[in-house]
Design a protein around this ligand. Sequence first.
Ligand code: B1M
Length: 233
Amino acid sequence: MTEEFDDDFNLNELDDQELVTQMHDDLYDGLKDEIVEGTEILLDRGWGAEKVLNEALVGGMQIVGVDFRDGILFVPEVLLAANAMKGGMGVLKPLLAETGVKPIGKMVIGTVKGDIHDIGKNLVGMMMEGAGFEVVDIGINNSVDEYLAALEEHQPDILGLSALLTTTMPYMKVVIDELVKRNLRSQYIVMVGGAPLNEEFGEAVGADAYCRDAAEAAAQATRLIEARRTANA
Ligand code: B1M
């Protein structure tokens, strides 16, 4: 791409489909400013925040994931892509988290020990806030002790665990087993999620719910908290 062309390039001149394709390319290239601009343009054109998120951002990240897996992209490039994605998520955050009501419950969420992936977890936090929950995000690489300390400090209704690696997902069982051992398990709704997990794994580790994506996490949390309150009433 020549500099002259680059200067003249205007994302606003692209139609919706071309813009989404361009955003996939820009995410791949780690171009945060362009991702922020593209996100704003799609919102201005009347796209809903969830549609922009799923089609432009998550769709682009899936392409990055395939080339990362195949050894075409490496950690530094994927970090840039993740940074660009976070730029777009920053624009969407207030829209996804928009809620005027009193919190219907509280969630502590964190990525498990040994795992530094946080994009999916952050999205879950935003969608949960959008569904009316108060969210305490304890970040990445959390040990059992860090989860326990957060539960003690924040007294949430829900504990959310995220893992993106097949090597770190078994740590969810370590956390849940420790809750059982300390007689704390029944105090919390435990929800798990992350790309390598599935329903069966969620059951095997003793979680109350496995959530395929952020929207499902919000829906499951609402359902589970209502069920618990009805049972306790
Ligand atoms: Co990583 N990485 N990575 N990586 N990385 C994956 C996960 C991988 C599948 C790539 C691949 O090979 N195709 C692969 C894992 C393979 C495996 O375990 N079988 C992998 C690997 C191998 C690694 C390293 C080991 C690479 C290396 O160093 N050689 C290394 C590990 C570092 C570590 O954690 N110790 C590593 C590092 C990195 C980066 C740092 C470069 C970067 C992370 C940056 C960041 O997060 N800040 C990165 C990225 C970006 C990815 C991919 C490309 C994208 C992940 C992502 O953000 N997806 C990923 C490939 C992929 O997943 N396709 C990959 C978008 C996000 C919206 O989706 O995270 O799935 P996701 O979240 C969803 C759902 O899963 C669910 O809702 C979310 C939103 O809808 N969900 C929850 C997630 N958490 C939840 C919690 C809940 C509920 C739902 O609680 C209630």
